[in-house]
Design a binder for this molecule. Structure first.
Ligand SMILES: [Zn+2]
Length: 292
């Protein structure tokens, strides 16, 4: 018998710039889903990639969330404060032979046909005179990785499609996959609502949760906001930051993207209260219905 755990959701931005409409969609969707189910909503700053981070961005993100009425529960966790925990997890996986050292350079990997799925070069050992540059997860053999996404439905990913994902990068920084799975497990996160660009990452996370014996959260991957040329909005595609002074307009746009009924223009917290009361997790069909 499985006890159902009390709902814990989260929003986990990287401090690589200011929040834009695409990141607000993930923030608002995860907030509304948590509040509509009487759950807790956590904020975690994913600051594990110093070369890409912008000084002051984390504080700016938190101020923006506050300005939009997106009040979180408990303390904000910063991944940069949890490096020892990640090292412990890697050591544990290495001792279980669930992780291995890799000596491949980026150049070697790209010559072997792209950086997306690791070709398995080092999974059976590295030359004794070489030191690992990075560490990877040893994807266990087995049937497809399966879960039910609340928006995308039944998912089934072959393990070979995911491969031996990176856990600690050659530059010494912790990889997203390890940190996210460890943090979600440690924080008791039961529900993850995030952008559909992470659907493939979730397949890797399901494999990591299996090896950690951590429960797989429920997932809802919200279709991402794209620009006129079909690219996902991001700092790289020069998405404009959202302004607290335009919160009502931004929230109306975000709710429209999330296929929610419109709410009356009001203060951000009033608008969110109304949106919470009428929240319905969007269906995939509703995103396909408005094509050109
Ligand atoms: Zn390798």
């Amino acid at each position: 018998m499985t006890m159902s755990r009390p709902y814990v959701g989260r929003f986990a931005p990287s401090p690589t710039g200011q929040l834009h409409i695409g990141s607000m969609v993930a923030a608002v969707a995860s907030f509304l889903d948590a509040r509509a189910q009487g759950g807790r909503w956590l904020v975690r700053i994913e600051d594990l990639d110093p070369p890409r981070e912008v000084p002051g961005a984390a504080e700016d993100i938190l101020r923006t969330l506050e300005g939009f009425g997106l009040a979180w529960d408990g303390e904000v966790i910063r991944q940069s404060a949890r490096l020892d925990r990640y090292a412990d997890q890697l050591n544990q996986w290495r001792s279980m032979d669930a992780a291995f050292g890799c000596v491949c350079s980026r150049r070697e990997l790209s010559e072997q046909g792209g950086l997306d799925v690791y070709p398995g070069t080092c999974r059976y050992g590295i030359p004794p005179d070489m030191t690992p540059r990075s560490f990877r997860f040893r994807m266990p053999k087995g049937g497809p990785l399966q879960w039910v996404d609340r928006i995308h439905g039944e998912q089934s990913w072959e393990r070979e499609q995911v491969g031996d994902v990176i856990l600690r990068r050659a530059d010494g920084h912790w990889a997203y996959h390890l940190a996210v799975v460890v943090d979600d497990a440690d924080q008791g996160v039961t529900d993850i609502v995030r952008g559909a660009d992470l659907l493939g990452a979730t397949a890797a996370h399901v494999a990591l949760q299996e090896v950690m014996a951590a429960p797989t959260p429920r997932y809802a991957h919200v279709p991402v906001v794209v620009n006129d040329t079909g690219q996902k909005l991001s700092k790289q595609t020069l998405a404009q930051p959202v302004r607290v002074s335009q919160a009502a307009e931004v929230l109306a746009d975000v709710l429209a993207h999330l296929r929610q009924a419109p709410v009356a223009r009001d203060s951000p917290s009033q608008m969110l209260a109304q949106a919470t009361a009428q929240w319905a997790c969007p269906s995939l069909a509703s995103f396909h219905a408005d094509g050109p």
